[in-house]
Write a new protein. Structure first.
Length: 154
């Protein structure tokens, strides 16, 4: 289980981000908040990129990003090598994202999950391990494709 988590949002996900930071700290996680630091209007690509970059550069093993729908953050996060970001809004998707895809960036939609539900999703996501066998083989295939397409990020 990762003990250091990067987290970022846009203004639409700011309130949920703040609640998750409190819950993560209560669970003794070290939280690297990449912003934003107020509810003022902002652009999600900047914060999604910064959180995902922490995973891509191995500064953290996992990150959480939040916007209103989760879609924009997923698009941005998946632009970085080594990042496998997935939007999760229920337990089945959360477990599958970790077991089948070894998702290392959790994307949450602030308009689709309550604070309580988001905290439950995060808890399950953090404790669920990736499966071996065919699922590990597929993740290795994704990593091989990344090597063909991406250059290392610093």
């Amino acid at each position: 289980m990762a003990k250091k988590i990067a987290i970022g949002s846009d203004h639409g996900g700011y309130a949920l981000k703040e609640k998750l930071i409190t819950a993560l700290k209560r669970a003794r996680y070290k939280v690297d908040d990449v912003g934003p630091f107020s509810e003022g209007a902002c652009d999600y690509p900047e914060f999604g990129f910064q959180a995902a970059k922490k995973v891509a550069t191995k500064k953290v093993a996992r990150a959480i990003v939040i916007c209103k729908t989760g879609i924009g953050m997923a698009v941005v996060a998946n632009k970085l090598p080594g990042v496998r970001a997935g939007v999760c809004s229920n337990m089945a998707d959360t477990v599958s994202s970790r077991q089948h895809n070894d998702v290392n960036v959790l994307v949450l939609a602030a308009t689709k999950v309550s604070s309580k539900k988001a905290q439950e999703i995060v808890k399950v996501w953090l404790k669920t391990e990736a499966l071996k066998g065919r699922h590990a083989r597929r993740v290795r295939q994704i990593k091989a494709l990344e090597k063909k397409v991406f250059k290392k990020i610093k």
